[in-house]
Design a protein around this ligand. Structure first.
Ligand SMILES: [Zn+2]
Length: 296
């Protein structure tokens, strides 16, 4: 592995993030001549249902810390509550296709981001399989080829999810937080699909805590990089492709000046060499509500 390389992953959660955030990011990526992996949500945008979760204090606090209305826009309040969520792949297939045609790596985030994030641990294997299939079929129809990877919303990774993913032609997946590329073992057997875990925190996890603000966020994130080790960064089309786009553009300028390069996660997986075995545990995580899949 090269000494200073950052695997760059873009999560696209919403209709608005796809429509506005993705074209903004494609422009910024082109300016810096970089490539990453875009994980698209392609079914209904039901993220407005998150509003109901504001009744939980931890989530309300997070919304206040990160100014979620500013990040996601006012329509998120109604999306998926008052009427059925807009179908992202159906309406914005041209945006997804443009990302693919510009040479970005394309992966599946979800069919229904909200449903998976809220319920994946309670869904039956068959429901998970159907949801994955709808997402894969939709992305395949848009791009003309199957997505090479997938990344479960909210890092809600369970063994049953990994087992269902193994039935799809993903080359690798990115479903958890961790420190190095590994091969999950299920029922005593290592899976073909390796995991490329996310190593860096996300914007909404750190801003508003421990004195981190928009003014020192880039500096904080640059200090977190570890030369010679796995560095995987997740950005969101809704944040770094929206309100935070100038800050992110500046981050790229600074990182590249410091000698860092960026690549899709698939390149890291392909270069990994000898891959150790591991497993994914479900644990609480700083700055996030509920549990996340964490490499153990
Ligand atoms: Zn997401």
């Amino acid at each position: 592995m090269k000494d200073k390389v950052i695997g760059l992953r873009v999560d696209v959660d919403t209709f608005r993030g796809t429509k506005q955030g993705v074209p903004n990011l494609l422009r910024i990526f082109k300016k810096h001549k970089i490539k990453g992996t875009f994980y698209f949500s392609v079914g209904p945008d039901n993220m407005g249902r998150h509003l109901w979760r504001m009744l939980k204090p931890a989530f309300a606090w997070k919304m206040l810390r990160t100014n979620a209305a500013g990040l996601y826009g006012p329509e998120i309040v109604l999306m998926g509550t008052a009427w059925p969520g807009l179908q992202i792949g159906k309406r914005l297939g041209n945006v997804i296709k443009a990302a693919h045609e510009s040479g970005q790596e394309i992966g599946l985030h979800a069919w229904d981001h909200h449903r998976i994030q809220a319920k994946v641990d309670k869904m039956k294997a068959e429901q998970i399989r159907k949801s994955l299939k709808k997402g894969v079929d939709c992305l395949t129809a848009i791009c003309g080829e199957a997505p090479v990877s997938s990344a479960v919303p909210g890092w809600r990774c369970t063994d049953s999810l990994l087992e269902e993913k193994a039935g799809f032609p993903f080359v690798y997946n990115s479903d958890c937080r961790g420190t190095h590329i590994f091969r999950p073992v299920l029922n005593g057997k290592p899976l073909d699909q390796v995991q490329v875990p996310v190593t860096m925190p996300t914007y909404d996890e750190v801003v508003g805590r421990d004195g981190i603000t928009d003014d020192n966020y880039n500096e904080y994130m640059l200090k977190k990089l570890k030369p010679g080790e796995l560095n995987v960064l997740t950005i969101h089309a809704e944040a770094e492709g929206g309100k935070c786009q100038h800050m992110f553009d500046e981050y790229l300028t600074l990182a590249i000046r410091d000698g860092w390069s960026f690549c899709p996660l698939g390149e890291l997986a392909a270069d990994a060499g000898n891959i150790p075995e591991g497993r994914v545990a479900q644990e609480s995580f700083p700055g996030r509500e509920g549990w996340l899949g964490v490499q153990r």
